[in-house]
Structure formats: C-alpha cells, structure tokens
Design a protein around this ligand. Structure first.
Ligand code: UDP
Ligand code: MG
Length: 325
C-alpha cells in the first residue's frame, strides 16, 4: 500500500493538538493509504511534546521528532521532510488553518500525476490588517525579484510527491526559504484555491518583526536583485552628477562667476553618502550569507524521536548524496 506522510511543525501548540489529531483522524481513516503523522516539535516550551508522546503510545501513526531548541518553522519543516517516508508528503500547520478536509482533493491530483499540489489562500480570515498588507507587499516584491515565478498567497500547505521531496532534499543550502526552494524544484504542479480559516486555538507565533525578517531573508536568499538595483542606482546617480557638472560648466562659461550652491552641495553629498552606505549594507548581507553557508552547520539538531521506533529514520539527504544509505 502506498504511504502518506503528513508533516506538522509545532511550536507551543498544546491547545490546538487535540483538535488537530481529531480532525486528521477523521480525514485520514477512510483513505486507502498507510498514514504517518510526523510531528516536529520545534523546541516548544509547553507540554505539547509530552502530549504527543502519550498519544503515540496508542496511535502507531504518530511519530514525533523533538528538536534541541527552537530553530524556526523552515528548519522544522526540513527535519520533518528528512524523516518522512511517504510516497506523498503533505505539509500542514497544527492550528487547523490548513483544513485537513482538503487532503483527499490533494491526493486526487497526486494520483493524477502531479508532483506538487499547492494550496492558495483566497481569503485570510482572522488575520490582522498589518499581516494582509505586508503579505501583499512581500509577494509583489518577491515576484519582481525572483527568477522563478513564486505563486502569490501560497503558504506551506501543500502536497509533494516522493520525487519532489527527494529533489528538495538535494538542495544543500542552509538558508531554507521553502516557498522559493519548492518553486525552484518545479515539476508538474497544481494550484488549488481555498478560504483560509482563523486559528482554532492558541496565538500566532509570528511577530511583525519576525515576518519582516522572513521576507528580507526570502528575498536576499533567493535573488540577487537588490545587488542589481544598487548598481542601477549607482549608474543613475553617476549619470545625473555628470550632466549636472556639464550644465554648471556651461552656465559658468555663459554667465560667468562662481555659481552659488552650498545647500544643494550638502544635499547631494548626504544623499550619495546614504546610497553608498545602503549599498555596502546590501553587499554585506550577501557576504554574510556566503559566510553562513560556508560553515555548513546542520539545519537542526534532534533531541529525540518518539513513536514507531521499529523503523530507522529515512536516510538523510547528505547520506544519499554521499552514497551511504
Ligand atoms: N511554528 C514552528 N516554529 C516556529 C514558529 C511556528 O514550528 O518558530 C509552527 C506553528 O506551531 C504552526 C506553524 O508553524 O504549526 C504556523 O505558525 P502560525 O500558525 O503561528 O503562523 P500563521 O498561520 O499565523 O502564519
Ligand atoms: Mg497559523
């Protein structure tokens, strides 16, 4: 029988977990698939992990990876994908904002030969005005900056075939901008629209600043457009300066005398100083990224694994690349 893995990152989701398990069980039970639920506890500080360890005693479908600390959702997802064994892998949130009822629909597309089934948010209920606007801005920016077209409003809720997961696991970078990496992988893809409900329980884990950070990371790790933009600004500034110089010369020759202009000089100097500092900052961002990549640290560390201890974890991407398995 084919196997379906559902990967669920959790970070202090204790309140949402019982609902999540109930709804998932209802959806998964009638499926003609062997199912594993791979929970990744991203260093949560509540007793969500303990709850799942207890649940795994009676429910053999549950597996729990606990990371050594909070590594962030993207790293938690990488861990889940490394250990998922399914022929199809679905990623979803624990808070039921990604309704499990869509899973059978996603599976239909998978059976029809799609390697990725993406869920696109048509509406975002219960999200703040700030989050909606920043999401729009983010997708607009990344759409312009990235070479591969990243579909707007597609979150992490998606299905991937084994082929797509293996392709993703081959990408070596430390900086996991999932939306970008998955688009980069390509393969036959289907996009389904859905209405995103509000959280069932608990609070969103994103603070405005961390979203901003994610957006900046996403853009700079996936595109060198900011570097190009700086070059273009430099060329424009140089061209304007040149023409301005000519114009002053000609005016001085025609009218004579020293042209006044102390304030405009100061304005130009501060403006150019600012542009230069921003440019160095952006350049530094990329140098820093290169530095982090060269360290080759693991993306996450596992504290322990629970449930279904009979089977060894799936081979890590690194092992596969080196031919160990
Ligand atoms: N999450 C995680 N690590 C983090 C932050 C969040 O594993 O550092 C998980 C969280 O438990 C949830 C999912 O990522 O299952 C989405 O988080 P959240 O619902 O807070 O984000 P939103 O839906 O508001 O975008
Ligand atoms: Mg959520």
């Amino acid at each position: 029988m084919a196997c379906l893995s559902i990967v669920i990152p959790i970070f202090n989701e204790r309140e949402a977990l019982p609902h999540c398990l109930d709804r998932l069980s209802e959806v998964v039970a009638p499926l003609d698939l062997e199912t594993e639920l791979v929970f990744v506890d991203d260093g949560g500080t509540d007793d969500g992990g303990a709850y799942l360890i207890e649940a795994a005693r009676t429910d053999t479908r549950i597996r729990l990876l606990r990371l050594s600390r909070n590594f962030g959702k993207e790293a938690a997802l990488s861990a889940g994908l490394d250990y998922a064994r399914g022929d199809a892998v679905i990623i979803m949130d624990a808070d039921l904002q990604d309704p499990p009822e869509w899973i059978p629909v996603m599976l239909d597309y998978w059976r029809a030969g799609r390697d990725q089934v993406l869920m696109q948010r048509r509406t975002r209920e219960g999200e703040t005005w700030f989050k909606r606007v920043s999401a729009r801005l983010f997708y607009w920016l990344i759409g312009r900056a990235s070479d591969v077209p990243i579909p707007a409003n597609v979150g992490d809720f998606r299905l991937m075939s084994r082929r797509a997961v293996n392709a993703l696991l081959q990408l070596p970078e430390r900086n996991r901008f999932m939306k970008g990496l998955l688009t980069w992988v390509g393969m036959p893809t289907e996009i389904i629209s859905y209405d995103r409900p509000p959280r069932t329980a608990g609070e969103t884990k994103w603070k405005p600043l961390s979203l901003l950070k994610l957006a900046w990371e996403g853009i700079t790790s996936f595109s060198i457009a900011p570097l190009r933009l700086v070059t273009v600004i430099g060329i424009c500034a140089a061209a304007i300066g040149l023409f301005f110089g000519f114009w002053i010369e000609i005016k001085a020759l025609a009218i004579g005398g020293d042209p006044p202009g102390y304030p405009s000089l100061i304005a130009i100097i501060t403006f150019l100083g600012g542009v230069q500092l921003i440019s160095i900052g952006i350049l530094g961002e990329y140098v820093g990224k290169t530095y982090i990549e060269t360290k080759q640290r693991p993306l996450y560390l596992i504290r322990d694994i629970h449930g279904d201890a009979r089977v060894d974890p799936a081979p890590r991407a690194d092992d596969m690349r080196e031919g160990r398995s």
